[in-house]
Structures are given as C-alpha cells and as structure tokens.
Design a binder for this molecule. Structure first.
Ligand code: HEM
Ligand SMILES: *[C@@H]1O[C@H](CO)[C@@H](O)[C@H](O)[C@H]1NC(C)=O
Length: 511
C-alpha cells in the first residue's frame, strides 16, 4: 500500500515539475522573442550581411579572421550594419567616426548582455558599473592616475623590463625565433603589481603565475561565450564544462586578489606603515581604495573593494601585454622605423643609462609608431553599449532607447576615407600636421568620452618605457614562417603567439 502511494505522489510531483519547467521555458522564450522584435524593429533602417536562420552572424564571428571579415562588411554597409549573435541578440555594429561620436561622447551604460558575463570574475568594478556609483568610483580613483603618481612608475617599468630582457638575452643565444607574448605578459603583470598594488621587487611567485594563467583562460572562455548564444544564459552556461572551467578560473583569480588585499590590510596595522602612507603626497591605487570614505564616512564594502582590485588587476596588464607585443611585432616588420626609434632613444639618453618621465615626451617618433601600431592592432578591438536614450546619427537615421551598440574599433581604424591605404603601416599619419583636422573619433584605441580608459596615461608611459628599453637591447625581426594570426580574446591576441627573432645589441655584442 505504502509504496503505491509513494510512487503515485512521486509521479504527481514530476508532472508538476514538468509543468512548471514548461511554463518557465515558455515565458523565457516569449521574453526573448519580444526582445528580438524590439531590437530588430529598432534597427529596421539598417541592413546587414545575410544571417543564418539559427546562428545569425555567429558562425562568421567565431571564425579565425573574423575581425577582417567585419572590415569587409564595412565596405558593403557604410557607417553601420546589423550584427546578430544567434536570433535573440542583435547589435548595431558601428565603425564610422561620426557614429562613434554620437554614442560614445555620452556615458551610456555597457551592454549587460555581454558585460554581465564579467560579474563572477571582476564583479561590479569601474569597467562594468554604471550610473551614480560608476561616477563616484571614477572620481575616487582618478587621482591614482595623476601624472605625479605615474612619474615614479618609469623606474618600476624599467626594472620589470630588465628582468624580461635578461631572460631574452639567454633565449636569443639559441638563435631561434621565440614567442614573446607570455614573457611580455609576466613583465606587465609584475610592473602593474609593483606600481598599482605596491608589491615589493621580488618578481612573480607561483600564485601570481597561476593568476596570469587564469586570466588567459578567463578571457578565452569569455570571448567564446560572447560569440556563442547557446552560452548566454547563466543557468545553462554554468552547467556546461566550459562554465565550470570559468568558475574554477575565477576562484584562482580571486585567491590572488584576496591575497593582495589581505597583505595590504595587514601592512596597515603597522603604525610605521600608516605614517608612511599618510606622509605620501600622492596615494597609490590601493591606498585610495582602502582609505576611501563616502559622505557619511563609510568605507567601500569588501565586495566593492575586491571588484575594483579584480578589475584593475585584469585591465591593467592584459591590455598592455597585447599593446607591447604588437608594437614589437610592428617594429620587427619595419626595420627602418625600428632603427629611427632606436636612434631617437639613444639621442634622448645621451650618456645616461636610465629613463626619466620627461624623456617620454621627447620620444616623438616612437610615439607615432606606437599609435600606428594601436591603429592597426588595437589592443581592445570591440566594445559594447546599451542606449539609455535615443540617438540621432549624422545621416538622419536614429536608434531608440534600449538598442544595443557594438563599436568595432578595429574596423573604425581601417576607414579608408580617414586612413588612405589603411593596411599600410605609416607612423607619419600621426605627425602633428596630419593629426590636425582629423576627426577626434577616427582613432580611439582607449575608447572616448566619459567612459574612456582611465589607465591610458599609465598605459602609454608603460608602452613607451618598455619598447624603448627593448629597442636598446635587441634588434627585432619577424619569423616569416610563423606570422601572427589575429584573434580577439577580449584583447587582441595572436592565435599562434608572436614569434620574433632577437639579436642582442648591447656593448660587446655590437656588430
Ligand atoms: C594599451 C593599453 C590599454 C588599452 C588599449 C585600453 C583600452 C580601454 C578601452 C577601449 C576601454 C573602454 C572599455 C569599454 O568601453 O568597455 C577601457 C576602459 C578601462 N580601462 Fe583601459 N586600456 C588600456 C590599459 C589600461 C590600464 C593600464 C588600466 C589600469 C591600470 C586600464 C583600466 C581601465 C578601466 C578601469 C576601464 C573602465 C573605465 C570606466 O568605464 O570608467 N586600462 N580601456
Ligand atoms: C569613413 O569615414 C567617413 C568620414 O566620416 C564616412 O563618410 C564613411 O562612411 C566611413 N566609412 C565607413 C565604411 O563607415
């Protein structure tokens, strides 16, 4: 008797559960369809490349060479085109300076459809925040990037670079090309930790290295998730092996950032350390975060604190790693420009052997080469927004509130009206005469407007110092058998690494 009753109620229960799930699925589907209709209607004045009935444009986007695929689309569709990831998520992909200005000169929020994928990892830090809280954090952290704070970083960048160059000295002896990307990455993480997080000079340990690897994994998984609509839903994603890998990598990243916060908090217990910090004229990033109080004198919550540390730990090294690696690649491709940069640096230094902050402004040719590299290989190739108000574009078309925007920086930088022969590497595009009169949104590697990159002066200083020191020590040449294959992984990476030949130049090894 009892077993029969039990099985009866069990089958009842599963029937109920089935019913409930069906209703939920139905509701979700209706929501998705309504949203699809809203997004499609908003963009009805814009056309786009043909879509796959299920994948939209996702198949093209997932392929190697997707960045250049989009560039080929821009020739067909001036200003902007529709871009669909699956059937439910449609963006207006823009790549014209005026279009970019219409949206990015305002402070519209990031598109949650993609930026929410960051939440488990970097939480609601500056990159993802919006509204008054974003404004408050941005105002709070801006002084951490004041140039008086940045000045002493030149010596720290140089120190981390020297470690990398010594390593390269050994590798170069084998007279084979090697992939520079991860060495640059370790160097960039090391200098970030020293500058922004006040870490000592001991170089990276195992925990740092695990962090480095976890970021590589996280960015790979995130890009894959962005490009695959099947993975957009949190519930489904975290049931998949990829989703679980993502959570595991988040754990590793958090262990690292928690440790950094713990160590600094412990140091603050020390009277002397507190005095030292209070006597500093300019506080570093972590000092600011830990000392921050709002109007009511309340500290940042632990959650907010960790989100900012996670955000800057990631944004502060992954972007510059990409930047420096591609700059060195460009240098390797163009020996004439490489030689001119080297001579410029040698002239600035004279008989000194260390760089100073004031030297950076003198590196005019190197700066032009760096900018030209950022044009062709933008470290952040694409960013997304959701309109909080309607926008009107130059050609009379418009988009309503709620529409999604993808700004394709990579394609924007190849607009042939602004950049004749866009694929040609020509640093003179950034000579003062040529810059004058150019559209202010024609070149935006750091994005633009109120949500631009808070770290751009930091980044430019680092890229200049590191590249200058690299050029003083080595001659760089490409490996024609292993040319890099561009691949977006939140930042611009190369699928097969960046393999270069290095020839030591230092005293003694000359000619
Ligand atoms: C060459 C190196 C870099 C490039 C090309 C770059 C590029 C960008 C871009 C395009 C954005 C806009 C992102 C978006 O709209 O979603 C951004 C935002 C941001 N970047 Fe950078 N970045 C670089 C280096 C750095 C560094 C070194 C730091 C920190 C030390 C940093 C911290 C940030 C933060 C916190 C934001 C969010 C700012 C906000 O929304 O208020 N970046 N960056
Ligand atoms: C390139 O920029 C010019 C000038 O802003 C614009 O007229 C043109 O439509 C742009 N090209 C594309 C493909 O968007």
């Amino acid at each position: 008797m009892v077993p029969v009753l039990l099985s009866l109620s069990l089958s009842h229960l599963s029937l109920w559960a089935f019913g409930l799930v069906s209703v939920l699925v139905f509701l979700k589907l209706t929501r998705l369809l309504l949203r699809r209709q809203m997004l499609a209607r908003a963009m009805d004045r814009f056309s786009g490349p043909p879509t796959h009935w299920l994948f939209g444009h996702a198949l093209e986007i997932q392929q190697t060479g997707s960045l250049d695929k989009v560039v080929s689309w821009t020739h067909e569709f001036p200003y902007a085109h529709q871009l669909w990831v699956g059937q439910f998520l449609g963006f207006l992909n823009i790549y014209d300076p005026e279009y970019a200005k219409a949206v990015y000169s305002r402070g519209d929020p990031k598109a949650p459809d993609f930026y929410d994928f960051f939440l488990q990892w970097i939480g609601k830090g500056l990159l993802v925040l919006q509204g008054p809280k974003w404004f408050q954090h941005r105002k709070l952290l801006a002084p951490g990037f004041h140039y008086d704070v940045l000045k002493p970083y030149v010596a720290l960048f140089a120190e981390s670079t020297r470690v990398m160059l010594d390593k390269w000295e050994k590798k170069a002896r084998e007279q084979k090309s090697f992939d520079i990307y991860s060495d640059v990455g370790h160097m960039a993480l090391d200098s970030l930790m020293k500058c922004t997080f006040g870490k000592g000079t001991s170089g990276l340990n195992d925990r740092d290295n695990n962090y480095y690897l976890s970021v590589k994994e996280l960015t790979l998984l995130m890009q894959q998730r962005i490009d695959s609509f099947q993975y957009h839903n949190d519930f489904i994603y975290f049931l998949t092996p990829h989703g679980r890998r993502f959570l595991r990598a988040c754990q590793v990243a958090h262990d690292h950032t928690d440790q950094v916060i713990r160590e600094r908090k412990a140091a603050l217990q020390d009277e002397k350390e507190r005095e030292r910090i209070q006597s500093k004229r300019h506080l570093d990033f972590l000092d600011i975060l830990l000392g921050a109080r709002d109007e009511e004198g309340i500290k940042l919550s632990d959650e907010d604190l960790r989100a900012e540390v996670d955000t800057f730990m990631f944004e502060g090294h992954d972007t510059t790693t990409s930047a420096i690696s591609w700059v060195l690649y460009c240098m390797s491709l163009y020996p004439e420009h490489q030689r001119r940069c080297r001579e410029e640096i040698q002239e600035i230094l004279g008989d000194r052997d260390t760089l100073k902050w004031d030297d950076l402004a003198e590196m005019t040719y190197l700066t032009m080469c760096i900018k030209e590299s950022f044009r062709l290989y933008p470290p952040v190739p694409q960013v997304y927004r959701q309109l909080s108000q309607p926008v009107n574009f130059v050609d009379g078309r418009s988009l309503p509130e709620g529409s999604l925007i993808s700004l394709h920086i990579y394609a924007l930088h190849r607009n042939s009206t602004v950049w004749p022969d866009p694929e040609v590497f020509d640093p003179l595009r950034f000579s003062p005469e040529n810059v004058a009169g150019r559209h202010s949104f024609a070149f935006i590697p750091f994005s633009a407007g109120p949500r631009n990159c808070i770290g751009q002066q930091f980044a430019m200083a680092e890229v200049k110092v590191v590249t200058a020191l690299c050029l003083l020590r080595f001659e760089f040449a490409p490996d024609p058998s292993r040319l890099p294959i561009k691949m977006p992984q939140l930042v611009l990476r190369s699928k097969n690494g960046i393999h270069l030949h290095l020839k030591p130049l230092g005293p003694g090894s000359e000619k």
